[in-house]
Design a protein around this ligand. Structure first.
Ligand SMILES: *Cc1c(COP(=O)(O)O)cnc(C)c1O
Length: 477
């Protein structure tokens, strides 16, 4: 046996490094090792970052020195002033479960390679199905992110559409299409193109001033597309949208889908987690009418990225996504082979995802999800009121969730100049590094975009962010 390999698998080294690493991360969580006014990020250009890490000085860093330096160059998602993308500080217990998943490395595709995490995965899906309001027939699995989960659900929808032969024969010259609002996440459009529907296979539903799908536009879009020869096999509702956190009228979309006898899919990557919030669950009223729902656990449910739950109202339908012989599978296996998860998922090998969610439920209770979602949505309201109360600030729309888009403006300024000014403000904030916020385009205009993901963020941080924006903006001409 080569000496090198003994070193690689040395249990004593693992024990020591592991303890040191947990200490490092716990200090980080505690904030005890942080510098005064520590920045959320120390922005360096991609090329500079590459050059830095290429240097001998950096390459010679080992063990804890390596991790410390690497962490220093990361965006600090635990920082209360990190209010940018839809990623939360993960529950530490879930990060530990990640380590166990990486270490035990069971591949999950077939039952023998992941027996306990497979059983746990089924339990986790039951928790979600229950929160959504589905009955006993529901079933599903965990998969790698919202993008893949949406694609998987839409593939199921297509394969179950009418003659069920598209998986075998291709769509031939049929003009298949799906309906979704113009505010949907770009991955729905991508899914459509991956399925070969092309650009025109995405029929857009118009949105109102709150960026929600317009109920009146449903019939209108359907009739128009059908006249043009499209066969619409699915409608997708966003709960809520990525840009503004707006909830589509899920209940009405559900009734519409039922009337037309088409698949109803809910993209709840971000806001589907409201099903766990007593206070906010009505935002997604009617979600149990959906044939399939996805919810990202790495966004609003405190799990580390990436991890998404895909639940079907009728769990058996999931077996038809990739089924060469749908009828055989349905009769012979129905729910029997639930334990060979790769039959239904894109992944063949996958992480032991279930324990990352289960660890939170097991350690803290499902109530922790309620607290997390409720707290963050409450903070959205707090921030909304602050912005409303300030001069020279205007919101894209009243927020329903924890995502807020707004602009700093000056009286008499053209919209294009306001957009440009907000681009500059965002750039300067990024360079200063005390806050992390992002930007988005709405109706062709640039807005500052913030997603409140840290439950420890308070009104004070919002105040200082607005002060900073005001200060930067007021100096611009
Ligand atoms: C984030 C998001 C997605 C994409 O999910 P990933 O997990 O990043 O792949 C899809 N839809 C909506 C509404 C989202 O917010």
């Amino acid at each position: 046996m080569q000496e090198k390999l003994k070193e690689v698998y040395d249990p004593q080294k693992f024990r020591k490094d592991g303890h040191d690493l947990i200490d490092l991360l716990a200090d980080y969580l505690e904030g005890s090792k942080r510098k005064e006014n520590e920045e959320v990020l120390d922005f360096q250009t991609p090329d500079k970052m590459y050059q830095k890490w290429k240097q001998e000085k950096h390459q010679s860093l080992k063990g804890m020195d390596f991790y410390k330096a690497m962490i220093d160059d990361c965006t600090n998602v635990h920082h209360r002033q990190c209010i940018g993308h839809q990623i939360s500080p993960p529950a530490p217990t879930s990060a530990l479960a990640s380590l166990v998943s990486a270490f035990m490395n069971n591949g999950m595709g077939v039952y023998e390679m992941g027996s306990s995490p497979t059983a746990i995965e089924r339990l986790v899906v039951e928790v979600f199905a229950n929160a959504i309001g589905y009955d006993m027939r529901a079933g599903g699995f965990l998969t790698s992110g919202g993008t893949l989960a949406n694609l998987t659900a839409l593939l199921t929808a297509r394969n179950l559409y009418k003659e069920k032969n598209i998986w075998e024969e291709g769509s031939r010259n049929r003009k298949l299409a799906l309906m979704v609002s113009d505010q949907a996440h770009y991955c729905v459009d991508r899914a459509a193109r991956i399925m070969g529907l092309g650009k025109e296979g995405v029929i857009h539903i118009k949105t109102n001033e709150q960026y929600q799908a317009k109920v009146e536009s449903l019939e209108e879009a359907y009739v128009k597309a059908t006249k043009e020869g499209f066969e619409i096999f699915a409608i997708v509702g966003s709960a809520g949208t990525t840009s503004t956190g707006s909830y589509d009228p899920i209940e009405q979309m559900g009734s519409f889908a039922k009337e037309k006898n088409i698949w109803f899919h809910v993209d709840g990557a971000h806001g589907g987690a409201v099903v766990f919030s007593e206070k906010y669950k009505l935002l997604a009223k009617g979600i149990a009418m959906a044939d399939s729902v996805i919810i990202d656990c790495h966004k609003m449910l405190m799990a580390p990225a990436i991890l998404t739950t895909l639940v079907y109202k009728d769990g058996n339908k999931a077996y038809q996504t990739f089924s060469q012989d749908a009828k055989y599978l349905l009769q012979q296996h129905e729910a029997e082979q639930w334990y060979d998860i790769a039959l239904r998922s894109f992944e063949c090998t996958k992480e032991m995802m279930s324990i990352k969610v289960y660890s939170i439920i097991n350690e803290h209770g499902v109530g922790a999800f309620n607290d997390f979602v409720t707290r963050l949505y409450d903070l959205g309201k707090v921030f909304y009121e602050l912005i409303e109360g300030r001069e020279n600030f205007r919101l894209a729309t009243k927020p329903q969730a924890n995502i807020l888009c707004f602009q700093y403006y000056k009286e008499g300024m053209e919209n294009s100049a306001i957009s440009k000014m907000n681009e500059e403000i965002r750039k300067q904030i990024l360079l200063e590094g005390q806050f992390y916020i992002v930007k988005t385009q709405l109706h062709g205009q640039t807005y500052l975009r913030t997603t409140i993901m840290n439950p420890f963020t308070t009104k004070n941080e919002f105040e200082s962010l607005l002060n900073k924006i005001e200060k930067i903006g007021s100096q611009m001409t």
